[in-house]
Design a binder for this molecule. Sequence first.
Ligand code: 3QA
Length: 229
Amino acid sequence: MKLAIMGAMPEEIAPILEKIGTYTTTEFAGNRYYEATYNNVDLVIAYSKIGKVFSTLTAATMIEHFGAQKLLFSGVAGAISSELKVGDLIVATKLSQHDLDITAFGHPFGYVPEGKVFVETDAQLLALSKIVASEMGLHVKEGIIATGDQFVANEERKNWIGSTFGADALEMEGGSVAVVCDALHVPFFILRAISDAADMDASFSFDAFLESSAKISAEFVMKMVEKLG
Ligand code: 3QA
């Protein structure tokens, strides 16, 4: 089985590469892809660069060029739900694109013809994450993640995303990765550790906690990889 592990920023995959130790590096379409075998699982690992377009390119490349059969995303997110504090983990049950807007034609936010507002994640990977969470003695929230090409640092925008999509957290890649995996029938899993609250202090909180939260997410994902072997 070949498994893809992706992040958006270098910091999001650094702890994973460190844990794996040795890997080969291949350049493809403007990104570096790292390949290794870990616990009998063939891995392809990459960070996409920030946003929906780059993450779409990377997810599609991992599947179509590198042959990944499952995909796990590890990274950080801004919290919408007041339950979520810096360092807390959230697993997406489904994802939407909060900046996709053809409402002028009477469609709901996040919808385009032949698409869907929400893309659901894989039930088996979700179930596996529950086992890993209990083994690690961690509380992992399951919830809706909203994705858009915006770093949200605004209470009003954050609350709008929360009420429009019922979202618990927001970020900039999960929703596009979900579309790719859904279309290509590749089971996928989106995990994020909170780095900020998407409010006026978000950029400071993000800078302070990117590394530590990315590490929390990466450690959890690697425990899942161990179970998939
Ligand atoms: C933010 C990263 C992008 O990949 C999405 C982090 C955490 N908090 C968020 C928020 N709004 C939207 N997304 C997030 N990731 C990129 S901008 C910082 C770039 O620094 C999730 C996320 N509030 C580069 C240094 O100049």
